[in-house]
Design a protein around this ligand. Structure first.
Ligand code: TYM
Length: 334
């Protein structure tokens, strides 16, 4: 049985990368009638310092972002991680399954810890084990993510395989990463070699889901490009990272293929393409941010939705955690 799980960190605002690489696809999976579980991973967020008031606010904003992007809390389970303790509990078991060597190879840890590894939190190092627990405590089969999460998902597969081998069971499914579509790696608007990221110091490098129409248009107009016209076919984007990125963004926002976009705009320069992209982005994104603002006026309702989602999530996760403890040999007597 197909069960989709995915998560987003409530750290900083949402970018166009999060929307196209994750949120928009989350809504599609749900609309296809698949069982979908979406998690605001607040425990992951605190692997780096979070101001408590800001974290609380970011959690509610992200919940609003999910809903405004089309995730329907009646059809999907939407909740924040810390309200379902099975995640943290299973993560501990996985801390004892995963090997130091595996985690030492994680490029995200190396990037985030930087030169000062001695001073990184232990949580930042163990982060992928918690992510594996998120997925496996639901026996999720499919995990839609952007390209940057690929290595973490491979680790989740390795953990599932090692656990099953160690205990001689066929308990945890080996998950399939779902890294599909034209927008699995939305790049910075300033540098086609860098991923669009909420942590980039330059706000010009990204479109935030909360940007207004002027900001969106201005950022797209100023996006770095080469001077050539757009090619007629996708092969012509080879070696043109910035051009490719803008075409990919257009295709993802318009639900078209890159070939379709180029059939329309091939031969035209960025002077024509950028305004068209800006109009499209404004048309698709500004309704999301106004809906977020509207939803955030009723924080109690957002908290209620997260609480209800947590109850439904718990009902799935707890029995799987209990079975895990049983397999591992923990006495359960109450
Ligand atoms: P996070 O919070 O950094 O990002 C959330 C989702 O957005 C995708 N994404 C992008 N996609 C395309 N282009 C981009 N520029 C871009 N930037 C971000 C990410 O790939 C991700 O899908 N570790 C995860 C959160 C997590 C999780 C999980 C995901 C925790 N547990 C279990 C799946 C399953 C993270 O930090 O994502």
């Amino acid at each position: 049985k197909t069960r989709v799980f995915s998560g987003i960190q409530p750290s900083g605002g949402l970018t166009l990368g999060n929307y196209l690489g994750a949120l928009k696809r989350f809504a599609v999976a749900q609309d296809n009638g698949i069982e979908t579980i979406y998690c605001i991973v607040d425990l992951h967020a605190i692997t780096v310092w979070q101001d408590p008031a800001t974290l609380r606010q970011a959690t509610r904003e992200l919940a609003a972002g999910f809903i405004a992007s089309g995730v329907d809390p009646a059809r999907s389970i939407l909740f924040n991680q810390s309200q379902v303790s099975a995640h943290a509990e299973l993560a501990w078991v996985f801390n004892c399954v995963a090997r130091m060597g595996w985690l030492n190879r994680m490029t995200q840890f190396k990037d985030k810890a930087g030169k000062n590894r001695e001073n990184a939190s232990v949580g930042l190092f163990a982060y992928p084990n918690l992510m594996a627990a998120d997925i496996l405590t639901y026996h999720a089969t499919h995990v839609p993510v952007g390209d940057d999460q690929k290595q973490h998902l491979e680790l989740a597969r390795d953990i599932a395989i090692k656990f099953n081998n160690d205990f001689g069971v066929n308990f945890f499914p080996v998950v399939e990463p779902v890294i599909e579509g034209v927008a699995t790696r939305v790049m910075s608007l300033r540098d086609g070699g860098k991923k669009m990221s909420k942590s980039d110091p330059s706000d010009q490098s990204r479109i935030n889901l909360t940007d207004d129409a002027d900001a969106i248009s201005q950022k797209i107009r100023k996006a770095r490009t080469d001077a050539d016209a757009l090619p007629d076919t996708p092969e012509g984007l080879e070696g043109r990272a910035e051009a490719r990125n803008l075409v990919n963004i257009y295709a993802a926002l318009a639900d078209k293929t890159v070939a379709e976009v180029l059939a329309e705009y091939g031969g035209q320069g960025f002077g024509a393409f950028k305004p068209a992209l800006a109009d499209l982005a404004v048309a698709k994104l500004t309704p999301i941010s106004s809906e977020m603002t509207r939803l955030l006026q009723d924080v109690a309702e957002i908290d209620r939705i997260l609480g209800e989602g947590a109850d439904r999530a718990e009902a799935i996760a707890r029995p799987i955690l209990e079975q895990t403890y049983d397999i591992v040999g923990m006495v359960r007597s109450r």
